[in-house]
Design a protein around this ligand. Structure first.
Ligand code: NAD
Length: 495
């Protein structure tokens, strides 16, 4: 695989930015499109449908018709399983094309599109396919005279809106459980990364998913996104994105049909290193790897690093020594670890945070500058700030770029208080060889996932989501079925 000439393949790749509605590629009703360029070098990629309310309405009507005539929901779970397993197989069969599209569209290194994004997407779809004919409903422990059946039913039409940082994986985390449970879906990908979503919908039809069950309408958030979230015939919204837009999702539901809203939002995850952990080199390399993975554009990036005062100098030196391993490079080169940020706006946001770190008095120990400007792409060096104060912007706000903030603490209580002093609560990590402390601190941290002496442990079998303003509900694991099914109780009188 490493020997493939990705640049040549990229030049020859066919890209289609049309929507997929009712199983077919279609243009926008009013013909509007926007140009999508690559953050790698600003090359033109495709002219993409700029969906409006009329396009969203056509997709929702198609999804509703598919749901009502039971062409998918009415199939036995084992039959839905077969189609979704085939969908996963075809995703893997198209792995090079999908990986290339993802890399060109949003800038991540091809080795990760190929080694992480495509296989994780396929595994997610396959996992829900395999699960769906193994989950049982319930009979309540009532008296002898009645039977109470507690069953899960598909909700109907599920709207999905996803961000650009893991376009396929984020979509799969919603599609897997929603489709397996029998729903129909209308997906609006980010306008910054629409291309793989459209291909996934085509591949799904090829796998045997009936037309109308999975529709994709590309477009902008304030147009297609708003129209979907306000639609009166959408039963639930699976949203992943910023906390700012997550608030709007709740507002749209309140202003329309009170559709269920499941928000997976931002983070500012804390990584706590205690002085009783004797391999701080491993802690330093782990935090650098997790922070700079995906250019730091990960909701769960460990961007707030809290280190015991007595080991902080050594830890900072070790982290700074790791950073050059993540030097920005050509995303189409298989050796590249850190690619381009998604667009110029995101790059400017990240550079603005770096500026604010300087202005507020933090010390930039490595990085801090734009890189590879001559390519026409949007790259930023992996950056580490030490001497960060808890009230600084770079300690409080989600930067969504390769910027790490290191703070110091003196006591366990101070570390926990600092870690929890955030409006977010997505993930956290505790590094300690004291088992009592590790348990105590893990329990005290207000986060959806806590890692002990590790980070980025991940599997489709475990729930993913956050406390506080990091969202509600959980993606992944069997718990995700809760989001896309309604519970029904049926009482049967026996006497
Ligand atoms: P964003 O909120 O700007 O956009 C997300 C999606 O919402 C896009 O498809 C966008 O078009 C759409 N959107 C924007 N405005 C809208 C509106 N007014 N109405 C309807 N839809 C609208 O987020 P982003 O910049 O694409 O992604 C980065 C964010 O996503 C970060 O905050 C990150 O932490 C979060 N994220 C969270 C998770 C998680 O699982 N918790 C995973 C990945 C990313």
């Amino acid at each position: 695989m490493g020997s493939l000439d990705w640049a040549a393949r990229a030049a020859a790749l066919q890209m289609d930015g049309r929507a997929v509605i009712d199983g077919r590629r279609v243009d926008a009703v009013d013909g509007q499109r926007f140009d999508k360029h690559s953050p790698i070098d600003s090359r033109f990629l495709a002219s993409v449908v700029r969906g409006q309310a009329a396009d969203v309405d056509a997709a929702v009507r198609s999804a509703r018709a598919a749901f009502e005539d039971r062409r998918w929901a009415g199939k036995a779970p084992a039959a839905r399983k077969k189609v979704l397993q085939r969908f996963a197989e075809l995703i893997l069969a198209a792995k090079e094309e999908l990986a290339l599209l993802e890399t060109l569209d949003m800038g991540k290194p091809i080795q990760y599109s190929l080694g992480v994004d495509v296989p994780s997407t396929a595994r997610c779809i396959a996992w829900y396919a395999e699960a769906v004919d193994k989950v049982y409903d319930e009979i309540a422990p009532t008296g002898d005279n009645a039977l109470a059946l507690i069953t899960r039913e598909a909700m109907g039409v599920v709207g999905v809106i996803v961000p650009w940082n893991y376009p396929m994986i984020m979509a799969a985390w919603k599609l897997g459980p929603a489709l397996a449970a029998g729903n129909s879906v209308v997906l609006k990908p980010s306008e910054k990364s629409p291309l793989t979503a459209c291909r996934l919908a085509e591949i799904a039809v090829e796998a045997g998913l009936p037309p109308g069950v999975f529709n994709v309408v590309p477009g902008y958030g304030h147009e297609a996104g708003e129209a979907l979230a306000l639609h009166m015939d959408v039963d639930a919204m699976g949203f992943t994105g910023s906390t700012r837009v997550g608030r709007r999702m709740l507002d749209y539901a309140g202003r329309s049909n009170l559709k269920r809203v499941y928000n997976e939002l931002g983070g500012k995850s804390a990584f706590l290193v205690f002085d009783d952990f004797d391999d701080i080199g491993r802690a330093a390399s782990t935090v650098a790897g997790s922070m700079f993975f995906n250019q730091g554009e990960s909701c769960n990036a460990p961007s707030r690093v809290l280190v015991h005062d007595s080991i902080a100098d050594e830890f900072i030196r070790l982290v700074a020594a790791e950073a050059p391993k993540y030097a920005p490079g050509d995303p189409l080169n298989m050796a590249t670890e850190l690619g381009a940020l998604v667009d110029q706006g995101q790059m400017n946001t990240v550079l603005g945070y770096i500026e604010s770190g300087h202005a507020e008095g933090a010390q930039c120990v490595v990085g801090g500058r734009q890189a590879r400007a001559e390519t026409g792409g949007f790259y930023v060096e992996p950056t580490v700030f030490a001497g960060v104060g808890a009230q600084m912007k770079i300690a409080r706000e989600e930067i969504f770029g390769p910027v790490m903030s290191i703070l110091r603490f003196k006591t366990e209580a101070e570390a926990v208080a600092l870690a929890n002093d955030s409006s977010y609560g997505l993930q956290a990590s505790v590094w300690s060889h004291n088992i009592n402390r590790a348990h105590r601190v893990a329990k005290a941290l207000r986060a959806g996932t806590v890692h002990v002496n590790s980070y980025d442990e991940d599997d489709i079998t475990v729930p993913f989501g956050g406390f506080k303003q990091s969202g509600n509900g959980r993606d992944k694991s069997l718990h995700a079925f809760d989001k896309y099914t309604e519970l029904k109780t049926t009482w049967i009188r026996l006497d």
